[in-house]
Design a protein around this ligand. Structure first.
Ligand SMILES: Cc1cc2nc3c(=O)[nH]c(=O)nc-3n(C[C@H](O)[C@H](O)[C@H](O)COP(=O)(O)O)c2cc1C
Length: 207
């Protein structure tokens, strides 16, 4: 089957994209609104954009009514955010923070999480998360004003916080981190089932 995406409805497109591009890591993004109220929400349209300099990117979509999510509005106004990594024991609290709370309500309090002061940005991190990246805004690339239009936020990492349980002798311990990923719909995956595959080396025979 071959599809021209311009002939699909937005819900159909959403299902094909999120059902095909998976598993997706989850950026659990904390921000402050201009009044100083903390906000926290998960985003699985998320990856590393650059290592040198270190840049992370994630994309809050406009909602069905074309409204910007609080995370996007806060970052536009403050230029700062923290990406927290979601370990499996935090997954229910992460999900709780995705509820559409009105502005001014702190998802930290609603989900029983502790805001922790950051070092170089004003937005707090999630104390319970084992890895956090303090970021400053580099660029926002908007893809229009239709419902579910993306807004790719690129943020430069200014501080990395690694809990000693997950970072020992210069190595990250993926099992101790126990990160989760998002699949389609309400499905998630762990990082507990993995296999090793060495990168190919070119030899005279294979090159
Ligand atoms: C695991 C997970 C991943 C999500 N990923 C995204 C995403 O990549 N983009 C998006 O716009 N919404 C995503 N959402 C929905 C937002 O978290 C939700 O709209 C949230 O209320 C936004 O909060 P805010 O308005 O405080 O920014 C996701 C929800 C969950 C549970």
């Amino acid at each position: 089957m071959e599809i021209d995406p311009t002939g699909l409805s937005t819900p159909e497109l959403y299902k094909i994209l999120t059902g095909s591009i998976l598993p997706r890591p989850i950026a659990w993004v904390s921000t402050l609104d201009p009044a100083g109220q903390a906000n926290l929400a998960p985003f699985s349209f998320f990856t590393v954009a650059s290592v040198n300099p270190p840049v992370l990117c994630f994309s809050p979509l406009l909602d069905d009514k074309r409204t910007e999510k609080h995370t996007l509005a806060n970052i536009r106004q403050t230029g700062e955010f923290v990406v927290n990594i979601v370990s499996c024991d935090l997954v229910e609290r992460m999900n709780q923070t995705s509820a559409p709370y009105p502005p001014g309500v702190s998802e930290f309090a609603k989900a029983g999480l502790t805001p922790q002061a950051s070092t170089v940005v004003r937005a707090p991190s999630v104390r319970e998360a084992l890895i956090k990246f303090e970021c400053t805004l580099r660029q926002i690339i908007g893809f229009g004003s239709e419902p579910l239009a993306g807004n790719l936020i690129l943020g430069q990492v200014r501080r990395v916080h690694l809990h000693p349980d997950v970072y020992r002798n210069g190595r990250l311990d993926g099992q101790a981190l126990d990160a989760v990923g998002r699949l389609a719909g309400n499905d998630y995956t762990t990082t507990r089932d993995f296999f090793e595959l060495s990168r190919p080396r070119l030899t005279e025979e294979t090159s």
